[in-house]
Design a protein around this ligand. Structure first.
Ligand SMILES: [Zn+2]
Length: 273
């Protein structure tokens, strides 16, 4: 689950970090995390409810042998793996931080502090474990071409599990899906430029990144609630589409204006599941 720390910049940094690392180096980093004396190796059977849930939902896929490493939060953060957890495709292993938050608690900018105030919350480790295991399911069925579709497949297919724990749509949106949708809104240039227009700021005047960051910090109190509100709409849209069209579809486009056409322009991997 990608946490959403310094938003775009952080994501770009992480992406670049991964890109710059050869597979060997990545393995070195992961090895170091795994060997940390506070890291605990678990197996999927340590979460019987999750195993039962995934087995019932995807009976042809076996994820029972995927090792799950519970990693000290700081070790995860220092490693450069930005997030609460990750599924390492080529090693077929899962790493999950022992403390998980919707928002990167280390972020120090005014903007991120306000985001943290609006939607930051501590999550349960098992909520991340189920998420990462769904990535393993996806990988075993060939994976999804776009990372957005991959994440949407994972987030939505976790919904019945969260509901089985007594969570409402609102709980699921506010704790689980909102970071993903927040990030989706942040990279939606149409929405963001309209938002700046409404606030009365010509963002194009601030071409330098440092300058742009200053504007985001200056107007954070005003814009973060707007972005959060739009994120909630998109998160609800994901849930609605999931219930309408089912587990085998990924919507790929979270914009609520896109309807059935966008939903159908997707990857259907029902046959493999
Ligand atoms: Zn994910």
């Amino acid at each position: 689950m990608p946490s959403f720390g310094a938003w775009k910049d952080q994501i770009k940094k992480t992406y670049k970090y991964y890109k710059d690392l050869s597979t060997l180096e990545l393995e070195y980093v992961i090895n170091k995390i795994i060997k940390n004396n506070k890291t605990v190796k678990k197996s999927v059977s340590d979460w019987p409810k999750i195993l039962d849930y995934i087995t019932a939902k995807f009976p042809k896929v076996d994820i029972s042998n995927v090792p799950v490493y519970i990693v000290p939060h700081l070790a995860m953060y220092k490693s450069g793996i930005n997030g609460n957890g990750c599924y390492v495709t080529h090693l077929d292993i899962i790493l999950v931080s022992d403390k998980v938050y919707t928002v990167n608690a280390e972020s120090k900018t005014v903007f991120n502090k306000i985001v943290n105030k609006c939607i930051g919350i501590e999550l349960n480790v098992e909520d991340i474990v189920v998420h990462e295991l769904l990535h393993a399911v996806s990988n075993r069925t060939g994976g999804l071409k776009s990372s957005k579709a991959e994440e949407e497949f994972v987030y939505t297919n976790c919904i019945p599990f969260y509901k089985s724990k007594g969570m409402t749509d609102k709980n699921i949106i506010d704790t689980i899906i909102i970071p993903f949708c927040f990030n989706d809104v942040m990279v939606d240039s149409d929405f963001i430029s309209k938002m700046w227009n409404n606030v009365g700021v010509n963002i194009d005047e601030h071409v330098l990144k440092a300058d742009r960051n200053k504007v985001y910090n200056k107007y954070a109190e005003q814009i973060v609630p707007i972005i959060v509100e739009e994120s909630r709409i998109r998160a609800q849209n994901m849930i609605d589409l999931y219930y309408k069209y089912g587990q085998n579809m990924a919507h790929c486009n979270l914009n609520p204006k896109s309807g059935i056409d966008a939903r159908l322009d997707t990857i259907d991997f029902g046959t493999e599941l």
